[in-house]
Design a protein around this ligand. Structure first.
Ligand code: DX5
Ligand code: ZN
Length: 231
């Protein structure tokens, strides 16, 4: 019922294949893949070549979060590189419906990402093309920032829209949260309506040593908090 998606942004970039295998072996459900272009956001990260390079290391879904502008040109490249889910920010596309269609036509699941101040109405007329709604609980660009508490209200509002849509369409849209998710707030975030949790620094910051099971305890702790919500 809940998915945990460690963000590679805080992984060791010198050994990403190992990081991906270890974090999935420790119980990660998705791999969150942050793509930044030093234009839409003030940082520069990884692209389709790196996605292609990690693809053979796991069968877990790769969740590509595009923080790039424009978005359309790069979508087919990520689909070919083995992405399963591709999300983008509405501000970064001139034609949101077209970009969502491009993602789906290339065989991936599609989602919109909402910055902290971006209103939710961008989803209203494209619900049929959404598989995921991702709410940013920090301003995008960097790992290790603090969760913005207003996001809890926004999650409740997004949950209402998604549930109302599910009731009339029978389609389920996932509600993902990204930024500042830790063991001490994940339960509260789940109660506000999130079902999918990106965690970067919380997971990859939790111990870099030679132990291949080094992510077991942090992912176990996150799941333990979620189990209390579900109970
Ligand atoms: C921020 C990225 C996040 C980031 C989260 O722009 O989209 O995915 O890696 O990192 P933490 O969990 O450390 O806030
Ligand atoms: Zn992200």
């Amino acid at each position: 019922m809940y998915r945990i998606a460690p963000s590679l942004l805080s992984a060791d970039f010198a050994c990403l294949g190992d990081e991906v295998r270890n974090v999935v072996a420790s119980g990660a459900d998705w791999i969150h893949f942050d793509v930044m272009d030093n234009h839409y956001v003030p940082n520069l990260t990884i692209g389709p070549l790196v996605c292609e390079a990690i693809r053979p290391h796991t069968s877990a879904p790769i969740d590509v979060h595009l923080m790039v502008k424009p978005v359309d040109r790069i979508i087919p490249d990520f689909a070919k590189a083995g992405a399963n889910i591709i999300t983008f920010h509405p501000e970064a596309s001139e034609h949101i419906d077209r970009s969502l269609g491009l993602i789906r036509d290339s065989g991936c699941q599609a989602g919109l990402v909402f910055n902290p101040a971006t209103p939710l109405h961008h989803m209203d007329h494209v619900m049929d093309k959404l598989d995921v709604v991702l709410l940013m609980s920090v301003n995008p660009g960097f790992g290790g920032q603090k969760f913005i508490p207003e996001t809890l209200n926004k999650l409740r509002a997004a949950r209402d829209r998604i549930d109302a849509y599910a009731a009339r369409s029978g389609r389920r849209i996932l509600l993902e949260i990204d930024g500042g998710v830790k063991t001490d707030n994940i339960a509260e975030i789940a109660r506000a309506g999130a079902d999918t949790f990106v965690a970067g620094s919380a997971v990859f910051g939790a111990g870099r040593d030679e132990d291949p099971n080094r992510y077991d305890s942090i992912i176990g702790a996150l799941r333990g908090e979620l189990a209390r919500v579900a109970a």
